[in-house]
Design a protein. Sequence first.
Lengths: 361, 177
Amino acid sequence: MKKTINIPLGSQHISLLEPVRFKFECENEKIVGVDSDVGFVHRGIEKACTTKFKYDGIGYVVARVCGLCAITHSLSYTVAIEELLNIEVTSKAKYLRILLLELDRIHSHMLCLSHTCENAGFEAMFMRIMGDRELIMEIQELLTGNRIQFDYINIGGVNRDINLEVATKIVNNLDRVKEKVMGYVDEFTNNWSLSLKFKRIGALSLDDAYKFNAIGPLARASGLNIDVRNEIKYLPYHEIGFKMQTHIDGDINARNIVRLNEILNSIEMCDNILAGIPEGEIQTKYKGKPNGESVVRFEAPRGELMYYVKANGTAMLERVRIKTPTFASIPAFSHIFMGENYADAPAILASFDPCLSCTAK
Amino acid sequence: MFNFKKYRKKSPWILHYNAGSCNGCDIEILAALSPKYDLERFGVINTGNPKQSDIFLVTGPVTFRSRERLVELYTQMPEPKVVIALGSCTCTGGVFRDMYNVEDGIDRYIPVDVYIPGCAASPELIIDGIVKALDILEQKTKKMEKPLKLFQDASTKDGIINKRDCALKVGEKDEEN
């Protein structure tokens, strides 16, 4: 007789923001096998980029791949095109781009932390973090004009200039967020009932992280030293005080702590940017059509994002390939579920911060 | 006796389904439920069970694989129910219109009561839409409670619903058009 039972999670489930289906093979409470299906939200954006839209509009289309890391998508594409057209972006535009990139990272990490708490059954913490997240959304709206889909970056620069009023508002709000985040650090490290749900659950060892090619906060929580921000040269990350955040435990708690530390580091970077933002234009004029190939990597809130663009000298591109962070981490996800309790599955899943609309495109 | 129908408007439960959206509208729903906008003051709660919910919030243009699940969730919900299309791409297809795996909006598959445009729709708009949906929910409840045999007009003869007459009337209208 068969000893295991199959429990499906998804495609529609209260703990999921997006449709994904996991089929857990359970032996009593323990998960012994995982099967995942991620293709529910496939829309065909890569194909549409080469048939429907011209090259100067694609930056706004690829932002719709994912609402959470929209800015990273449009920035990666834009930098790829700028390399092909040999555009030199002004340093003010570069700093404004980093500013929005880091603000986006803060709000994405806060959403992930609150969602992890909710799935672990701590509704009050979910409400608290979501309430404080509005401070970030407010300054994003002031800076770009929209809360989620910014459409801030265009080829050659950015669409809106920053003024003194907005800058002071950003600094004030970031100060308030910093205080709140210090409170969360205390809560996540010292709260006993949260530690029951998070500590030593869903652990990934350093060897496994290396073997399964984990990236982003998932890998950094296991002690793997990878962050694209440390390696790229398109944006001056080394000037504004970027620090690598790692942890050694590899469990859900470690991922939360890494995210909290990254939020603190991002706040520090934003403050540094606003303290010394250079004068100048925000837009560079450009001419011509892109020709050739280029590859660009960026650090999205979930890990490395890679864009490959191939152009042939006309307004329509030949190929746009998007490699997203969640797609690269799926083998590691499946490995972590093995041997865990089924009751912990939603919390573990939320702690990965999966983005399925990125994965399926 | 406690009258459940009377209080349905005071505690509508929401079922949320992502039919291929970019997550933008989904996180705005979460933001609308959070303390700043506080949708829960209308008695709204986000539930994962279609059999207990009154309002169906759909985001995203319907992708090829999610359409069956969309229709299935709709049919599992009990009457009366209200469907809200949230976001530009849910209403018409938006930027995703005419992509090969996209079905251009949910109203090709299920009837929609409230359309909320915007990319991404802001929490204020979501609250407006849901308050509007509550009125529609109340109207639908009243319509359901109306005794059919007493007040049905045009299609009834001697208080009995005549289905053949109904069908004939519809046929005549078609010919006129």
